[in-house]
Structure formats: C-alpha cells, structure tokens
Design a protein around this ligand. Structure first.
Ligand code: FES
Length: 100
C-alpha cells in the first residue's frame, strides 16, 4: 500500500507508515505514534484536518464517513479519509496537519 507521511503544522515530518485501506488516516497515524487530534470523529469539525501536499489522488476523502463541513480542495479530514484500495505500492501521500 501507499506510504503516508504526516507532518506537523511547522512542516516537520512526525511519522511515516505504510497505509492500509481498512482504517482512516487518523487511526493509522495514531497507531504509528502520532497524536493526531480527533474530536468529533465523524467529519463535522476541523480538529483532524490536514492539507494533502502530495498524493491526493490516492485519498478517498469520504472513505469512512461523510464530510459535513466546507473544505478547501487540498484539505482532508483524517478521521474519515482513507487511502484508496487501488493505490499503488509506491504511491506517496503527504499530509500536513493543521492542529499538530
Ligand atoms: S475530528 Fe472532527 S472532522 Fe475529524
């Protein structure tokens, strides 16, 4: 599966992991040791939001729920976003979190 890089809001890399398509990005990041902040968990706030700087084509923004708020085109809610199951193994995804 795709490699996901998580950055804090200063642009520092805080985690890299091989993703799966079964879990949302926030849960995978937390499992990798990143304290990704999650509040509602259902796509209705901005606590978990990140800017997808690379590989957005491999992200399904509503893989694990519906987006209930307005987002910029490059933003993802990591509590409901997932990596597409057809993402190639060498795909690279970079997400910079707003609240980390
Ligand atoms: S935690 Fe509220 S939208 Fe993700």
């Amino acid at each position: 599966m795709a490699k996901v890089t998580i950055k804090d809001n200063g642009g520092n890399v805080v985690a890299q992991f091989d993703s799966n398509s079964e879990e949302n990005v926030a849960a995978q990041g937390q499992a990798a040791g990143v304290p990704i902040p999650v509040a509602c968990g259902v796509g209705a706030c901005r606590m978990c939001v990140g800017k997808c700087e690379k590989g957005a084509e491999h992200i399904d923004r509503e893989a694990h729920g519906e987006v209930h708020i307005g987002l910029e085109d490059d933003e993802v809610l990591t509590c409901i976003a997932g990596v597409k199951s057809d993402a190639p193994a060498n795909a690279e995804i970079e997400i910079e979190l707003e609240n980390l």
